[in-house]
Design a protein around this ligand. Structure first.
Ligand SMILES: [Zn+2]
Length: 477
C-alpha cells in the first residue's frame, strides 16, 4: 500500500513554481509526482528547461500547440523553459494547460487525469511526453557487456578459502565445479489469503475515480497462455539486503536492483540491491542518495534492471500507482531498439504482512503489460514473474557495510522497528528477522552438501553465530 511514503523520493527541484498547481499533471504515465520512476537515476527531474538545456527542444514562437476538446491553442516556448501565451507567462506545461482549460466552459467533461498536460500539449506537432521520453533515454547509462569480474573474483576467493580451510575435502576440480555452477532454487510457495487485492479485470478504465492505493493481483503468464518474456535469477545476497532493509522500519522502503542482462539467453541476473536510505520529505538527501547509487552501479559494472519497494503490512501485489511507475521504468529502460533493450523488474517485499502464516517475508516480482493502443484508458496488467534464486558463496564486505549503514540510518528513527518487541506468538521481531533471513544465507553459512566433514560444519556454525552477533550488534544495542 502506498501511504504517501514516496514523498521521500521526490527530488522535484526544477519544476519551477508548480507547487499549488495540479501536481499530478506534470508527468506522463505516472500517477503521482512522487514516484522514483519519474526521474533519471541522478535524481534530475525533467522540465521544459531541462529539455532545452539538453538540446532535446529549442525555443520558438507558436511552437507549442494544444487541441483541447476541439479548441486550438498555441504558445511560444522561451529559452528559460517558460511558456508565453499572448501576454501571459506560464512556468510549466500544467499551468498553461490549466489556463487554457479554464477558458472552455465545458471543461469538466474531461477528467483531470495524470500527465494530461504533457500528453496533450504538442511541440512541433508531437506530444511533449515523447520528448521527455527521448530525454530519459539519453540519460540512462547502459553498461554494455557487463563483465563478471566481480563474481569471478568472489568465486576464486571462495574456492581458495575452502581449500585452505580443509585439506581432507573434495579435490580442487570438484570444488571448482561446485562453486562455479550456482545452486539455483525456486522460492517456496505457500497459500496466503491476501487482503484488499483485486483482479485486473475488475478495474475498469482510468476515467473512473479510483484510489491509486488499490492493489492488483498479478496474473501468471500461463493464465494468458503466454510465456514469460525473459527469465530472472536473483542472488541470495540481494534478497538478504532487501529483506533486512524492509524489516528495519514500519514505513515503506525503496531501492534499485542492479544486475546484468544476457540478450542471447534472455536472462536477467539480479546481483545487487541498492537501498535508498532516505525518508519522507528529505529531498536534499534523496538526491545525494540517488547519485551515490548511480556511481555505485558504475563501479560494480552493473546496469539498473529494476527496483524494489516494501509493503510492510500488506500483500506484495502492486498498487495502481506501482503499476504506472513500473510502466514508466519499462519505457525508460526499453531503449530505442532491440539492441539496447533492457528489461525492468519490479519487486515487492512484504515483511510484516499479518495474513502471512510464516515469519518469512513474501516477495512478488512483477512486470506490466501495457494496455493496448485501442484501449489507452485501461490500466496496465501486472504480470507475475517467476524467478529462481542463485545462492551466493559468501557475504560480501559491501553487503555487511550496507547492513551497517541501513541499521544506523533507521535505528533511531520514529518509524524504526523495535527488535526486542514481540512480533506475534511469543516471537520477538529479532527472532522473526532471523527466520526470514535464514533461507537466503550464502553457502558458507548454510548446510548444503552431504560431503561436509565435522570441522567444516563447525566452522560454518561459528561463522553463522558471528553473523547473527554482528546483526544483533547493529539493531539491538
Ligand atoms: Zn507499492
Amino acid at each position: 500500500m502506498e501511504t504517501g511514503a514516496e514523498e521521500k523520493f521526490d527530488n522535484e527541484t526544477c519544476e519551477d513554481s508548480d507547487s499549488g498547481q495540479n501536481q499530478d499533471e506534470l508527468m506522463p504515465s505516472t500517477s503521482s509526482r512522487n514516484q522514483v520512476g519519474r526521474k533519471s537515476l541522478s535524481g534530475q527531474v525533467c522540465s521544459l528547461k531541462t529539455l532545452i538545456d539538453d538540446q532535446v527542444m529549442e525555443p520558438g514562437q507558436s511552437i507549442l500547440t494544444m487541441d483541447y476538446n476541439g479548441t486550438k491553442f498555441s504558445a511560444d516556448l522561451l529559452s528559460n523553459g517558460n511558456i508565453r501565451d499572448s501576454k501571459q507567462i506560464f512556468t510549466n506545461p500544467s499551468a498553461w494547460f490549466n489556463h487554457c482549460k479554464r477558458q472552455i466552459s465545458s471543461s469538466d467533461s474531461m477528467p483531470n487525469k495524470a500527465g494530461s498536460a504533457w500528453s496533450i500539449i504538442r511541440y512541433k506537432g508531437k506530444r511533449l511526453d515523447s520528448y521527455k521520453l527521448r530525454w530519459y533515454r539519453k540519460q540512462k547509462k547502459i553498461v554494455s557487456s557487463a563483465t563478471m569480474y566481480e563474481t569471478a573474483m568472489a568465486l576464486s576467493k571462495a574456492a581458495s578459502e575452502k581449500i585452505n580451510s580443509s585439506s581432507s575435502g573434495p579435490s580442487f576440480s570438484q570444488l571448482h565445479k561446485e562453486i562455479t555452477s550456482p545452486t539455483n532454487f525456486f522460492p517456496e510457495e505457500y497459500p496466503v489469503k491476501e487482503k484488499n487485492v483485486v483482479d485486473h479485470q475488475s478495474l475498469g478504465s482510468r476515467l473512473q475515480d479510483r484510489s491509486s492505493n488499490i492493489m492488483v493481483k498479478c496474473t501468471p503468464f500461463s493464465a494468458l497462455e503466454r510465456i514469460q518474456p525473459f527469465t530472472i535469477s536473483i542472488s541470495t545476497n540481494t534478497l538478504l539486503i532487501i529483506d533486512f532493509h524492509c524489516h528495519l522500519t514500519t514505513g515503506e522502503v525503496i531501492g534499485y536492483l542492479g544486475g546484468t542482462w544476457d540478450e542471447s539467453s534472455h536472462n536477467v541476473s539480479i546481483l545487487h540491491a541498492f537501498p535508498c536510505k532516505s525518508r519522507l520529505g528529505d529531498k536534499e538527501r534523496s538526491t545525494i542518495i540517488e547519485e551515490e547509487i548511480r556511481q555505485n552501479l558504475e563501479q560494480h559494472n552493473l546496469t539498473v534492471v529494476g527496483w524494489y519497494h516494501s509493503h510492510p503490512f500488506a500483500a506484495p501485489q502492486p498498487t495502481l500507482r506501482d503499476i504506472d511507475s513500473q510502466l514508466d521504468y519499462q519505457m525508460v529502460l526499453r531503449g530505442d531498439s532491440d539492441v539496447n533493450y533492457i528489461p525492468c523488474i519490479g519487486l515487492i517485499c512484504s515483511s510484516y504482512e499479518p495474513e502471512n502464516p510464516r515469519p518469512t517475508s513474501r516477495y512478488q516480482a512483477f512486470w506490466v503489460m501495457p494496455p493496448s493502443e485501442y484501449k489507452p484508458n485501461e490500466f496496465g496488467r501486472p504480470m507475475q514473474m517467476i524467478y529462481s534464486i542463485a545462492r551466493d558463496s559468501f557475504l560480501t564486505q559491501d553487503l555487511l557495510l550496507d547492513m551497517r549503514l541501513l541499521a544506523h540510518y533507521y535505528t533511531d528513527g520514529p518509524d524504526s522497528v523495535k527488535f526486542t518487541e514481540i512480533f506475534r506468538d511469543g516471537l520477538t521481531n529479532w527472532e522473526k528477522l532471523q527466520y526470514s533471513l535464514q533461507p537466503n544465507l550464502p553457502r558458507d553459512l548454510t548446510h548444503t552438501s552431504s560431503h561436509q566433514n565435522p570441522t567444516q560444519i563447525q566452522v560454518q556454525q561459528q561463522a553463522l553465530s558471528h553473523f547473527w552477533a554482528f546483526l544483533k550488534g547493529l539493531i539491538l544495542t
